[in-house]
Design a protein around this ligand. Structure first.
Ligand SMILES: CC(C)(COP(=O)(O)OP(=O)(O)OC[C@H]1O[C@@H](n2cnc3c(N)ncnc32)[C@H](O)[C@@H]1OP(=O)(O)O)[C@@H](O)C(=O)NCCC(=O)NCCS
Length: 180
């Protein structure tokens, strides 16, 4: 299955942002489901930013097990961006491990990946999507709102207990409610 930009949720005001982003979304760079042999590249991309303290690391086994949660953007055979959408419960999903390669940032790719996650969540009938991030400003531009981490459902904390940073989590929680 491939998700093209035409399937993505259109935000209010996107059309006002000018033609350059529209051109990119309609051009070569598309959000796609990964192939299994993309996993080593996804792993390198995520852990490149994890080594810089910008996101949490992921193991190869975790990525192989959860490959169906993932979307990627490819340039030829190179994976230049990725994200995971993890389903927690009947009404709750999390956007995780969003990463865009340094030289491909600020071209709307991160936004496209988040929109692919929102679109899939909407198609599944899951009305609430959250993330934990060091980049709250980026998510606020896509209409996520900050919330107190302690207000996240208890289910989320089962994951947090396994995090090396727990309980001193310095990530910011943001949430977006979808019209479903
Ligand atoms: C954060 C990240 C995913 C953004 O990806 P991107 O492809 O560069 O983002 P986009 O081009 O879609 O940016 C969309 C908008 O958000 C803004 N933005 C990007 N990063 C931002 C940040 N850290 N804070 C505030 N705004 C930000 C952009 O300027 C752009 O604004 P505009 O629409 O007014 O031009 C990317 O910088 C990245 O991979 N960083 C390293 C890993 C990371 O921090 N991941 C965060 C999630 S855990």
């Amino acid at each position: 299955m491939e998700i093209s930009s035409s399937n993505l949720i259109q935000e209010e005001g996107d059309k006002e942002k000018g033609t350059s982003r529209d051109h990119k979304e309609n051009g070569k760079l598309r959000v796609e489901k990964p192939r299994i042999n993309d996993v080593p590249q996804i792993h390198r991309l995520i852990n490149y930013f994890a080594d810089r303290g910008e996101m949490l690391p992921r193991s190869l086994s975790e990525l192989y097990e959860n490959i169906r949660e993932c979307f990627v953007v490819r340039q030829s055979e190179r994976v230049i961006a990725c994200v995971l959408l993890h389903i927690f419960w009947s009404d709750l999903a999390e956007i995780k491990s969003l990463a865009v390669a340094d030289d491909n940032q600020k071209q709307g790719i991160g936004t496209q990946l988040v929109k692919a996650c929102l679109s899939e969540s909407e198609q599944l009938g899951i009305g609430t999507v959250f993330c934990l991030t060091y980049r709250p400003g980026f998510f606020e531009k896509i209409n996520f709102s900050q919330i107190d981490k302690m207000n996240l459902p208890r289910k989320v904390w089962t994951d947090c207990y396994r995090c090396p940073k727990f309980p001193n989590c310095d990530e910011v929680a943001l949430i977006r409610y979808l019209d479903i």
